[in-house]
Design a protein around this ligand. Structure first.
Ligand code: NAD
Length: 371
């Protein structure tokens, strides 16, 4: 068991928790509302000046809850430092040896992360490595952010679509509801299905995990089954890589449906690997003019062969939006939810105001990159 914190005047342990301003994101890791709800006993909060401004939380909104500090003071003095993206190498070099840095390091995407963090004297915990268990659900940043991305993907598609989502019966004529195809029915995909249904679209969805079928159907969408998927319950709920033969059959099934779809939302991913390509260039060419593809898998290669990461392109009248960070476009609620996930983790790893990292604990074991 590792524990630390400073003694207050009353001999009670007290942690100083510092929040840095993100350099490439409007979100902030902790909002004033989060601090109000925090159960970490006697904690002192330090917020870097301007950290919450772009998410709608000016420095004055933290007044009475946190002290506004400069970055260097937080790096050198805080017991725990929380961020959304990992701090720069320069910033990491200033963090003191007793600190715990909590961020999203994505070691499953970048195999150099562990070695890099090992150079530093502080410890680091990766929010995106917390196991996807029932107990850890309230700390699951992957789920909270994916849910926002799925919602935003549908709104983005609707905004770019030159057609209605819902069926319309008006004196100027009747309009058929749009058809939405969702590829990958994990957290983002299920939220995309729910949002599309609320907007009145007709929805079909694919997934390789058998558990997804019932979830898709319960949201009022049709589950498209491609027989023979590898489904490994030992993979922690994640999909496993499928054979090339299976993916070819799936691509044919996608192609048959894509020509009738107005919108395709792509979310299919296999953790730690390149995303499967399920929409070929030929499939895009067969789509109706004005149709929209939103590819949330863009950063891991994309589910559409033509997707360009962080770019919106037009191919034969079809708009292809490659964006894997649509949660950043809803910074206020995204910050609130990220902060709640952090607080739930902090409650789990602190006792009586001191940090307690129990190395036997499944959540700590799974997420502590450098103990
Ligand atoms: P993800 O982002 O890794 O992948 C998105 C979806 O793509 C998954 O549903 C996956 O099965 C699917 N996929 C992969 N290859 C595909 C293919 N060839 N065709 C169609 N679909 C394909 O997944 P995620 O949203 O992060 O969820 C991962 C898992 O974690 C899910 O099983 C989810 O239910 C589970 N989960 C559990 C908890 C919990 O219990 N606390 C919380 C959140 C998520």
């Amino acid at each position: 068991m590792l524990s630390f914190g400073a003694l207050t005047k009353n001999n009670v342990m007290s942690l100083t928790i510092g929040v840095l301003k993100e350099s490439k994101d409007k979100r902030v890791a902790i909002t004033p509302e989060n601090i109000k709800r925090s159960k970490v006993k006697d904690a002192t909060w330090w917020i870097e000046g301007g950290a919450g401004t772009d998410a709608g939380f000016s420095d004055s909104t933290y007044s009475g809850l946190a002290t506004i500090k400069d970055k260097a003071s937080i790096l050198k003095g805080a017991d725990i430092i929380v961020t959304i993206f990992p701090p720069s190498d320069n910033d990491c070099a200033q963090i003191h040896s007793g600190a715990l840095l909590i961020s999203q390091f994505r070691p499953y995407q970048d195999e150099t992360v562990n070695a890099k963090l090992s150079q530093y004297p502080f410890r680091s915990l990766s929010m995106d490595m917390i196991p996807r268990t029932t107990l850890a659900q309230a700390m699951d940043v992957l789920s909270s952010m994916a849910s926002i991305a799925g919602y935003k993907a549908v709104l983005t598609a609707a905004q770019n679509l030159p057609r209605y989502f819902p069926m319309m019966i008006t004196s100027a004529g009747s309009i058929k509801p749009s058809k939405v195809l969702v590829i990958g029915a994990g957290v983002a995909g299920l939220q995309a299905i729910a949002t599309s249904r609320k907007l009145g679209a007709v929805v079909e969805a694919f997934d390789v995990r058998s558990a997804a079928k019932e979830e898709v159907q319960s949201l009022g969408a049709k589950f498209v089954e491609v027989e023979g998927a590898k489904d490994d319950i030992g993979a922690g709920g994640y999909a496993v890589q499928q054979s090339e033969e299976y993916l070819a059959r799936q691509r044919a099934e996608v192609q048959a449906r894509a020509s009738k779809a107005d919108v395709i939302i792509c979310t299919a991913q296999v953790r730690g690997r390149k995303a499967p390509v399920l929409i070929e260039a030929e499939t895009v060419n067969n789509m109706r003019h004005g149709s929209v593809i939103v590819d949330l898998a863009a950063s891991t290669g994309g589910n559409c062969a033509l997707t360009q990461n962080d770019k919106t392109i037009q191919v034969n009248g079809v708009t292809i939006i490659g964006n894997s960070s649509l949660e950043c476009e809803m910074p206020e609620d995204a910050s609130q939810m990220y902060g709640n996930n952090i607080l739930n983790l902090l409650s789990h790893i602190t006792t009586e105001g001191a940090l307690n990292l129990n190395m036997e604990d499944e959540i700590v074991k799974g997420s502590l990159i450098k103990p």
